[in-house]
Design a protein around this ligand. Structure first.
Ligand SMILES: C[C@H](O)CC(=O)C(=O)O
Length: 261
């Protein structure tokens, strides 16, 4: 019998490659949405534990659905949830509101076991196969394979994009355009010129370090524009896609309006 390791470490390798990666944020607390995104053809899903109502148990079941269906799972969570999210088997974590290299280094400490960082041990957790893949095997697989993706969402973060991306142990940096627009005083108008200029500045700075840059891309045109600025990791928003499709169906195809996220 072939046994699949519960801790999926594929993303860290892909982030070091050259190809574009496409995924979706999902605020919906459901293993079914994970499977739907996998069967739709997305490479990754960002299980949202910053927003939405997914609790930790549902998140663990969503990680199981990802492993079974083949899609890569990233969990977006706040730093104080990192320990439990990693123990339940997240192979990639995306952390909001990182504005300095010091904050990024602190996240590396939380995500990596000693001697690299100071993550607490739970070698009988799901991530370690409930002990079946514990010990040094688990330490090495986790320290080398878990992808850490800080999110830049403030003007300070944009200024520090290069040093944040340069932190050893950071695998990619994601620019959150909506929060950045808010922080810059443009409400959620992240297509306004000054916000676009800040997104471009951050993406170019991240890419200049050789680390993978990511952001939200809702259309192929947007993806191509951000790719020209150095991005390679693109996330759409599942709830918006679904609502938009439902609205179109409910209006018998009349209402093709694009939904904000
Ligand atoms: C879809 C996400 O909430 C993206 C994000 O954080 C943003 O600020 O934009």
């Amino acid at each position: 019998m072939e046994i699949r390791h519960p801790l999926d470490t594929r993303l860290s390798g892909l982030l070091r490659g050259n190809s574009r990666l496409r995924g979706v944020f999902s605020g919906l607390p459901s293993p079914a949405i994970v499977e739907m995104c996998a069967y739709a053809g997305f490479e990754f899903i960002i299980i949202d534990n910053e927003h939405g109502c997914a609790d930790l148990e549902t998140t663990e079941n969503m990680l199981r659905a990802a492993r079974a269906s083949g899609i890569i799972a990233v969990v977006r969570c706040l730093p104080h949830d990192l320990s439990r999210v990693l123990d339940m088997g997240a192979g990639a974590v995306q952390i909001p509101m990182v504005s300095t290299a010091t904050q990024a280094r602190e996240l590396v400490e939380q995500v990596r076991y000693p001697r690299v960082g100071r993550r607490g041990s739970a070698f009988s957790s799901r991530a370690a196969g409930y002990g079946a893949f514990g010990g040094m095997e688990h330490t090495t697989r986790s320290n080398e394979g878990i992808a850490l993706i800080p999110m830049i969402e403030t003007p300070e973060g944009v200024e520090n994009a290069q040093v944040i991306a340069s932190v050893e142990g950071v695998d990619a940096v994601f620019v959150g355009p909506n929060d950045l627009a808010h922080a810059m005083g443009y409400d959620n108008n992240w297509t306004s010129q000054p916000v676009e200029a800040a997104i471009e500045k951050a993406l170019r700075a991240i890419a200049s370090t050789g680390k993978c840059a990511g952001t939200v891309a809702l259309t192929p045109e947007a993806e191509d524009k951000y790719a020209a600025w150095g991005a390679r990791y693109f996330a759409n928003v599942a709830t918006s896609i679904i609502t938009q499709a439902l609205r179109k169906a409910a209006s018998r195809g009349q209402d093709g309006i694009s939904i904000q996220y």
